[in-house]
Design a binder for this molecule. Structure first.
Ligand code: SAH
Length: 259
């Protein structure tokens, strides 16, 4: 199996309550060849119950990265996929597990990817979902859609493995194609969204006291494209230029008032 590709894939568990589920998720990952586990604010970790349920996958637990926020866990990732047990009122792009596997494997050949799982009782918040390109839902019975966390990790890790098998079992990552692109990472995108929001406030297009989901709509729009690093830079250049124009214009009005 292609080790390089798998090393670029991280499984992120957000706010897990039961340490046993963390262990069982580690076991599920290991059976499918995945090894990079990230934990965002786990309720109880490390814990003997996690080690017991890992049944031999405990080195995934010892090397797990414990983070204090989701953006921290997603640093450096060019593709972030959320997982959800339910269709949401928030309309966000939804992916089939098979489609997710293919996309993750394609991107992971050269870039870091993350698959994000939510809390046992409440899943991911809408705000957390907004950090992700799309959400994947494992098809289930309509009125009983919530799998155990580790079971969901098992199924989606399996899909990633199947997708990797389909593209062939190369031992090394494919050579970089001439003219291949560098996708923007999650932290670069967050920097861009923050800059976009501030610029929209500066040019009085956006009032943060009456948000009306404008930022969410922009996030959804840009999530639909595979923004490259250089494109994010161009967009930020445009934002900086707009901010400078507003500053100049407001200085002029100040001067006029004073004279
Ligand atoms: N009541 C919660 C269920 C959470 S189950 C909710 O409505 O979201 C815990 C986690 O397991 C979920 O956040 C998700 O990451 C994963 N999961 C459970 N069932 C799933 C499904 N059918 N498809 C995709 N992920 C699922």
């Amino acid at each position: 199996m292609n080790q390089t590709l798998f090393k670029n894939i991280r499984i992120v568990l957000v706010g897990t309550s039961h340490p046993g589920n963390i262990g069982a998720a580690a076991r599920a990952m290991k059976t499918m060849g995945l090894s990079r586990l990230y934990l965002v604010e786990p309720k109880q970790f490390p814990d003997h119950e996690a080690t017991a349920r890992a049944s031999g996958a405990d080195h995934l637990l010892t090397s797990a990265q414990v983070c204090t926020s989701l953006p921290e866990a997603l640093e450096g990732c060019s593709l972030v996929i959320a997982t959800t047990a339910r269709m949401r009122t928030l309309s966000w792009p939804i992916m089939e597990p098979r489609e997710m596997g293919a996309k993750v494997v394609e991107v992971a050949a050269e870039n870091e990817c993350a698959i994000v799982f939510g809390r046992e009782r409440t899943g991911l918040t809408n705000e957390e979902l907004e950090h992700c390109r799309a959400a994947v839902k494992i098809p289930t019975e309509a009125d009983f859609s919530s799998l155990n966390l580790a079971a969901a990790v098992q199924i989606l890790s399996y899909e990633v493995r199947q997708a990797a098998l389909e593209i062939g079992q190369q031992e090394v990552a494919p050579e970089k194609e001439v003219g291949s692109v560098e996708l923007a990472t999650s932290d670069q995108l967050e920097g861009f969204y923050g800059h976009l929001e501030q610029t929209m406030i500066d040019i009085e297009f956006y009032d943060p006291t009456k948000p009306k989901y404008l930022m969410r709509r922009f996030r959804r729009l840009f999530s639909r494209t595979d923004m490259e690093k250089s494109e994010v830079q161009v967009m930020r250049g445009l934002l900086t230029a707009s901010q400078k124009m507003v500053q100049k214009a407001s200085k002029k009005t100040e001067n006029k008032k004073q004279s």
